[in-house]
Write a protein that binds this ligand. Structure first.
Ligand SMILES: *[C@@H]1O[C@H](CO)[C@@H](O)[C@H](O)[C@H]1NC(C)=O
Ligand SMILES: *[C@@H]1O[C@H](CO)[C@@H](O)[C@H](O)[C@H]1NC(C)=O
Length: 794
């Protein structure tokens, strides 16, 4: 294969190698045409005459339409001159770009002609030019070597790179001369060369801590190109000193309430080594086991010890922290620093009151010293912070007693309780410790006071005084009593009864009391004229056990009603009718007292206040009637023409609301003077008031007639008086109540009707509002009997 191998020859002036192809020339058949071209040739550089090399006639070239197609490249690198058929460079050709490191670098082209269509393979070999220098990836390289490194130690360096090929490629490395390192190169053949620094003399950081070397890479091109790398060798320290704690043992004290992040101290360990060997890092050892990692925070770099979360003296008082100070040397050396953290107590726990036994209900009669509650008091703090004092409000009947071993308190009653005063107590017990500031807590103990029947019922009034009208309806309630009992429940349920033992049977027999509500019912109707007042006792008894009772006196005054009509006492005829005859001498003057109509009303006050009026009179000019006294007087002297007999009808009316009345008829006969004189002996004769005490004379007369009769009369008086009343004069004065004890006794002697006035008539004044008249109009014997004179009896 003499012509199978293409051969090219440099033609430096033109940069083109003429191709001689034996095969083409010899065989004239389709064979490879080969050109050789230096990379980076100028554009337009002619590789050769393709037409000629194809054996085409240059004259016929135009008709053949010669063109080329480059295989495997996007753009045509070459072009053919259509006129001459020369193949020339049309673009920049960089071998390293086209073929990288492969060698030889061949580019295939197809040359095509038409008429007839022929195709010829053309190969262009791109010849390398030393256009690239060796290049290190980094310009500088930093190498750290410990000072104890042994001689012969190899340190691989980053190799340089030269994209050129062949002799243009990287050929060798050179190291700047120095006593410590030499260069060794491992040849990996096509893969390139790896340079190594080999230590050939022991390093000493102390004499020279740094060495600057230059590594040069050279290629084999002409001219030779180089690349350099600056190598800095730093001799590093040997980590031969462990860190040293500032103190063998640190002690720090902190209050338990120190807030999160509180700085405790800085652990300062020093390392005399340099660099990382001298840089100390701190860690908490055994952190997991004593829980300190939750509580403390250690700054790795600075060694600052801080509080991470709350401390609690009551849980743990001392923390023994082991802190490892380690340098950052490759082979780290470390020391352990001991830190003792003492936690100080702060008064942060309130005393706690624990009520162990409690009887929340005490009877009010419980003796002083009765235990109400037992309680323990605790405070988790220590020292004074844990000393507790208990107290109670001052104004309650309870006190605290401390047990002899001060382990608990008892709450006891100090004095007798009174449920009616205070039905319950909410006792606030305060426990205060002696810390500064002190803390305290309080518990409220509720104590109910249980009722004991210690209160009697109490009547709302004592004594009770009632005023009721006479003529009440029997069986109806007349008044109510009420008593209250401040106790509770059954102890306060009151029932009422009349104390029949201590009251007058005659009174209580006609009274009933409602046991439940104290309403009193009268079983009979009262008559003021017979009973004016009465008194009895009522008992109020509660239902407690034993029951308590109380006692009230009830005074009942009967009030008068106008139920009695006036009774005419004089004149009274023999048959009992109110008629009388009076004889008057004809010669009397005007104003002569003819007679006096006397009347009596059993009622009192207005009901018994009597007024007189003339209802009928035969001659109005002759006689007048005094309104209040009932005296009939002549109004003028009689004349001859006056009739001898006159009739007067006198109306007597009381002043009750519905007034009652009676009438009396007085016949007046005018007589001649001597006739009248004779008539003056008659008991009925009218005399001046001062001399007309009929009763007095009557009594005297009666007394003289029969001692026995007088005695019987006295007996009668006494009986009458005691029957109608049984109270003392003091009662009357007390009540300011008008009551005549024994008004009068009427009796008959023969055909005359007389009236006897009782012994007490003079006692007690007759009160008639707005009047100066007496309600009781009786024959007045008082001026003689007692020496008194009543104003109304003129
Ligand atoms: C007391 O009870 C009686 C009978 O139940 C009744 O008629 C009366 O009205 C009561 N009185 C009062 C003051 O409640
Ligand atoms: C009620 O009071 C009277 C007078 O004080 C007394 O005599 C009587 O014994 C008392 N009755 C009772 C039941 O206590």
């Amino acid at each position: 294969m003499a012509c199978g191998k293409p051969r090219g020859r440099w033609q430096s002036a033109r940069g083109v190698l003429r191709v001689s192809c034996l095969l083409l020339l010899c065989a004239g058949v389709s064979s490879e045409i080969r050109y050789t071209l230096q990379e980076e040739s100028k554009l337009g550089t002619v590789l050769g005459n393709l037409a000629k090399d194809l054996g085409l006639d240059s004259t016929a070239l135009a008709g053949r339409n010669l063109r080329i197609v480059t295989i495997g490249t996007k753009q045509e690198l070459f072009q053919v001159n259509q006129r001459e058929g020369a193949l020339f460079v049309d673009r920049r050709i960089d071998r390293e770009e086209l073929c990288s490191r492969s060698s030889p670098c061949l580019i295939s082209i197809k040359a095509v002609v038409e008429n007839p269509l022929e195709m010829q393979q053309v190969v262009v070999e791109i010849v390398d030019v030393n256009d690239n220098a060796p290049v290190f990836i980094d310009e500088r390289y930093h190498l750290e070597i410990v000072e104890y490194a042994v001689t012969g130690a190899r340190y691989q360096l980053e190799g340089a790179h030269d994209p050129d090929v062949g002799s243009n490629a990287l050929q060798a490395y050179k190291l700047s001369p120095n006593p410590f390192f030499r260069l060794e190169t491992d040849d990996l053949g096509d893969e390139g060369k790896i340079p190594f620094l080999v230590l050939q003399k022991a390093l000493d950081r102390e004499s020279s801590a740094r060495h600057d070397l230059i590594l040069t890479a050279v290629d084999g091109g002409k001219p030779q190109r180089t690349g350099t790398l600056s190598i800095t060798v730093v001799v590093s320290d040997v980590n031969d000193n462990p860190p040293v704690c500032g103190k063998q043992k640190y002690t720090v004290t902190v209050k338990e309430d120190a807030p999160e992040g509180t700085f405790l101290m800085r652990i300062n360990a020093t390392d005399s080594d340099e660099g990382v060997n001298g840089e100390v890092e701190y860690t908490l050892r055994n952190a997991f086991r004593n829980g300190a990692s939750e509580l403390f925070e250690l700054d790795r770099g600075t060694g600052d010890l801080r509080i991470k979360s709350g401390l609690n003296f009551e849980e743990k008082q001392v923390y023994d922290l082991k802190i490892v100070a380690a340098d950052k040397g490759a082979v780290s050396l470390s020391t352990q620093c001991n830190v003792l953290v003492k936690v100080e107590d702060v008064n942060d726990n309130k005393p706690e009151i624990d009520i162990t036994s409690l009887s929340g209900r005490i009877p009010e009669d419980a003796p002083p010293g009765t235990v109400v509650a037992l309680m323990g008091v605790t405070d988790l703090d220590s020292g004074m912070n844990g000393k507790v004092v208990c107290s109670l409000p001052k104004d309650i009947p309870f006190e605290l007693k401390q047990s002899s071993d001060s382990s608990f308190y008892s709450l006891v009653t100090k004095e007798h309780l009174d449920k009616e005063l205070t039905p319950f107590y909410d006792i606030a017990i305060t426990a205060t410790d002696l810390g500064a500031p002190p803390l305290s807590s309080a518990e409220i103990i509720h104590v109910d006071v249980i009722d004991i029947n210690d209160n009697s019922p109490v009547f709302l009034q004592s004594p009770y005084i009632f005023y009721i009208y006479e003529n009440n309806k029997p069986g109806h309630s007349i008044f109510s009593l009420s008593a209250v009992d401040v106790d509770e429940g059954e102890n306060a349920r009151v029932s009422y009864s009349i104390d029949r033992l201590n009251s007058d049977q005659s009174v209580t027999s006609f009274l009933n009391i409602n046991e439940a509500n104290g309403t009193v019912v009268a079983l009979k109707s009262f008559d003021f004229e017979s009973v004016k007042w009465f008194q009895f006792h009522v008992l109020a008894t509660d239902s407690g056990s034993p029951a308590l009772s109380s006692n009230v006196s009830v005074k009942v005054f009967i009030l008068d009603q106008n139920d009695n009509a006036p009774v005419i006492l004089s004149p009274v005829s023999a048959n009992g009718s109110a008629e009388g005859l009076e004889e008057v001498p004809r010669n009397v003057n005007a104003g002569h007292l003819v007679t006096k109509v006397r009347a009596y009303d059993a009622d009192i006050g207005y009901n018994g206040w009597l007024l007189f009026s003339l209802q009928e009179v035969s001659d109005h000019s002759l006689f007048g009637l005094e309104r209040y006294t009932g005296q009939i007087r002549t109004l003028r002297p009689f004349t001859e023409t006056d009739e001898a007999q006159h009739k007067l009808l006198v109306l007597v009316k009381d002043n009750g609301n519905v007034s009652l009345s009676a009438t009396a008829t007085v016949l007046i006969k005018i007589v001649e003077p001597k006739e009248a004189f004779a008539a003056s002996d008659v008991p009925n004769a009218v005399k001046d008031e001062e001399d007309s005490d009929v009763t007095f004379y009557l009594t005297i007369t009666l007394g003289s007639v029969s001692v026995l009769f007088v005695l019987s009369v006295i007996v009668l008086i006494v009986m009458q008086c005691s029957k109608s009343t049984h109270y003392s004069s003091k009662d009357l004065q007390d009540t300011n109540y008008d009551g005549t004890l024994c008004h009068s006794i009427q009796y008959r002697s023969g055909d005359k009707r007389y009236m006897l006035v009782g012994p007490r008539m003079s006692i007690g004044s007759t009160i008639v509002p707005g009047s100066n008249g007496n309600t009781l109009v009786v024959p007045d014997r008082r001026s003689r009997a007692s020496g008194e004179r009543t104003h109304q009896s003129k």
